[in-house]
Structure formats: C-alpha cells, structure tokens
Design a protein around this ligand. Structure first.
Ligand SMILES: [Ca+2]
Length: 356
C-alpha cells in the first residue's frame, strides 16, 4: 500500500506538538505540498452534505455473514428486519482511522477476534473516501459530518422495533475514529436516544485535540463509560486523560518493538500498536492487567506498589467501574498480554472468568 505522511506542528499552552496524518496516495492527483495546501484542497465529497451519505456506509457483520456483510439503510425500516441483526447479541460500532475501511486491518482482525469469541452484531462504519488525500481539507469537518451520520444510524437502531437501546451500544474508534465516536454524542438527544453505553478510544489522535472544549473531543460525558488506550500519547496520540479510565500502555507514548530507522516510522508504529493490543484483549486468556501508579516516572522505574484489588483488566473486558489512570506493560511481540502477577493470580483468574 502506498502511503505518505503529513506532519503538522502547533503550539498549545507554550508547548510545541507535532501531529502526523497518514494518507493514501491516489494516482494522478497532485498532492498538497505544504500545510496550507493541505487545508486548501477542494472537496472530494459530492454534495449534498446530508445524512445518509453514500460515502458513509454501515456494514453489518454477524457470525453468519462474515464474508458477506449487509449494508444497512437507515431510511428503510425493512433493512434491519431483513438483516441478520440480533438484539440478543452485543452490538459494536467500529470506526476506523485515516486510510481505513471495512476491508482493512484493524476492522478485519477485530471482527475475526469477536467472532472467535461468540455472537455479535458488528457494524463497521466505512467512510474511507472522506479522509483520503487529497480530501484532507475535510479533516476539519469530515469527523463532524461522519459523527452526524452515525448518530442517524443510532437513531435508526434505537427507534426500530428490532433495534437496541443506546445504552447497549459499544462504539470503538481508532485514531480519528475515536474522536468521531465522541462527537456522535453531540448529535444524540438524551430524551429521544438516551446515552451511549460505552466508547472505547484507541489512541485518539492529537490532530483534533481542541484543548478544554469537551464537545469537540472525546471525553467522559460522551457515554456511560469511556475507556481510552494510549500508545502514542503526546506525539500522534493525545496525552489525556480524557475518559473514565485511561490506560497508558508501556508508559503510553513509546511501544516496545517499534524502534525503526526513521523517527516517523517509529511514531506511527507506536500509534498503530494500540489496535493489536485491543484485539488481543478480546480473545486473551491471560489478560492485560493494569494498575494505578502515582506518576509515570514511578511506573517507568518500576516503583508502583498497587494494592491487590487495584488491578483491573484493560481492553474489551474492562470493568466499567474502573476510574482514573492506569498503567500496563506488554510483551514486545504477540501474545502481548503478560497476565496477572503471581500474587493476584487467583483473584485474576476469577475476574477473567466472570468478565470474559
Ligand atoms: Ca465530547
């Protein structure tokens, strides 16, 4: 796959940040050459800008339809009736990042992991063409537009006789998709739709970080439970914390096995490593056991001294009562989960049994 990268430098509270964007090279089109070009490219999305939009599609996957997903049409009540959607199963709405799509990892690997475990309704939001170069101008508004259309899907699901409540939905967003997940709540009405059950943010990218403005960012008010996994924090990922529970994996900003010959490859590797960690958390029998620590430095030095009952599972099977900042170590290669330390092994096994 042919990719190139944009770096955007900016200042926030006196500190300089650098953000990167992966974009897929499209043949025969002039690529933007500067940051100002980046924001001045013409729109690539056909008007009208209304939801539903044919470039934001919702593909339903179930165990029965793993190879032949069903396209959900939010304007047609029969679409859900005629699909394999089953309200008895957990429903996941997966929102990819830049250059993503339903046919690419992590969407594909995540589906495989869930279906290995059991029955799920997995809805992949495919909006790949919205965030493809040279459409990057749309970085400013495409996430909001995409969020609006996902909110329409949620309206459809919550008002359909065979649908589910918003509380029963779990949104999983990677990179910019994590922000889109947070923005969805801006378009939901607490009375008509209720509140989303859970949003998992997989290394939300810093590009859209709006500082203190929670309505433009993923934050704890966006769902009953918001858990965030950080792997490239401070560079490509935002530092946070932003959720009810924030997990800083291997310290949160640099991942083992990611050292590379170029700085950017290393940074991109840190950022993307979050998805294999989360995917493994769906199927793991060992578990990623995370714990609080007074500071990042003490974690890095191995000076944390958590109580036995402070250990929590990170990832898919997290306890929704978890609150605050947690740290966790992984192996450099798969399987990444290190399991529970010996002194909590018995308790950990009981929890794993209950949660998984
Ligand atoms: Ca928000």
């Amino acid at each position: 796959m042919n990719y190139y990268t944009w770096l955007v430098f900016w200042n926030y509270k006196g500190k300089t940040f650098v953000s990167g964007v992966y974009a897929q090279r499209s043949k025969g089109r002039k690529k933007p050459e500067s940051v100002s070009d980046l924001f001045n490219t013409t729109s690539c999305i056909p008007k009208p800008y209304r939801c539903p939009h044919r470039q934001i599609q919702f593909f339903l996957y179930t165990r029965r339809t793993q190879e032949n997903p069903e396209l959900l049409d939010t304007t047609d009540v029969d679409s859900l009736y005629n699909s394999q959607f089953n309200r008895a199963y957990p429903t996941k709405i997966v929102i990819h990042g830049f250059g993503g799509g339903r046919m690419y990892s992590p969407s594909t690997d995540m589906r495989d992991a869930y279906f290995y475990r059991g029955n799920y309704n997995i809805i992949i939001v495919d909006y790949g063409t919205l965030v493809k170069e040279p459409c990057l101008k749309q970085m400013e508004w495409a996430p909001r537009f995409c969020a609006k259309c996902i909110a329409q899907l949620i309206h459809y699901l919550t008002h359909h006789p065979r649908g589910v409540r918003a509380d029963d939905l779990h949104l999983i967003g990677y990179s910019v998709g994590a922000h889109i997940g947070g923005l969805v709540s801006n378009y939901l009405d607490p009375v008509r739709h209720g509140k989303l059950g859970r949003i998992t943010g997989l290394d939300p990218t810093i590009v859209f970080y709006m500082g203190q403005n929670a309505s433009r960012d993923l934050d704890a008010s966006d769902a009953h439970f918001v858990d965030i996994l950080h792997t490239g924090a401070g560079i490509l990922g935002q530092w946070g914390p932003n959720g009810h529970a924030d997990f800083y994996i291997n310290g949160g900003s640099s991942q083992p096995g990611c050292a590379s010959d170029t700085v950017f490859k290393t940074l991109a590797c840190d950022h993307t490593k979050v998805t294999p960690y989360f995917i493994e958390s769906i199927v793991t029998r060992k578990g990623f056991w995370a714990y609080p620590c007074p500071t990042l430095v003490s974690f890095m030095l191995g000076w944390c001294n958590p109580e036995d009952n402070q250990y929590v599972l990170m990832g898919e099977h997290v306890n929704r009562e978890s609150r605050g900042i947690y740290y966790v170590k992984t192996n450099p290669d798969p399987p990444y989960a290190q399991g529970a330390p010996a002194h909590i092994k018995r308790r950990a096994l009981q929890i794993l049994k209950r949660m998984t």
